[in-house]
Design a protein around this ligand. Structure first.
Ligand SMILES: [Zn+2]
Ligand SMILES: [Zn+2]
Length: 139
């Protein structure tokens, strides 16, 4: 983070879902788990963790719940009209939610601090040198 307060705004492709968050992200990480690969349609997903009390969502999200291979329950919220994954709520994150970096209006400032679930990372993905690296989730 560079210290400048940003209002995070974003939403889905069709525009039915919009959100705004006035808090700075607590953490940003890339998750390489198999569920994130499937759900995002990408080799990993970048999660921007924010306090849920500071997050205002407009529009309806549908939820699909998965249990990760470490036993963690994860609620994956997406737009029912266009299918864009927007917000992820791992139950282990009390009081926090994960915005999909791909759903931000501007994600060019995002700098992931961690790479997690590297045990299922695709071999053709190169990691940034300066992230903390975890075989599974951080402990
Ligand atoms: Zn949509
Ligand atoms: Zn994941």
């Amino acid at each position: 983070m560079d210290g400048a307060l940003r209002i995070l705004t974003g939403g889905c492709v069709c525009g039915a879902v919009r959100y705004e968050c006035s808090a700075e992200p607590a953490l940003i990480f890339n998750c390489h788990c198999e569920d994130c690969q499937h759900f995002s349609g990408a080799p990993c997903t970048t999660a921007v963790i924010v306090p849920e009390d500071d997050l205002v969502v407009e529009g309806e999200l549908t939820r699909f719940t998965t249990v990760g291979d470490n036993g963690g329950v994860v609620h994956r919220h997406f737009c029912p009209k266009c299918g864009t994954p927007v917000i992820v709520k791992p139950e282990v994150f009390s009081g926090m939610k994960a915005l999909k970096a791909s759903s931000l209006d501007d994600s060019s400032w995002v700098r992931p601090q961690m790479d997690i679930f590297l045990k299922s990372k695709q071999p053709w993905i190169e990691l940034a040198a300066d992230t903390q690296k975890f075989h599974e989730g951080p402990t």
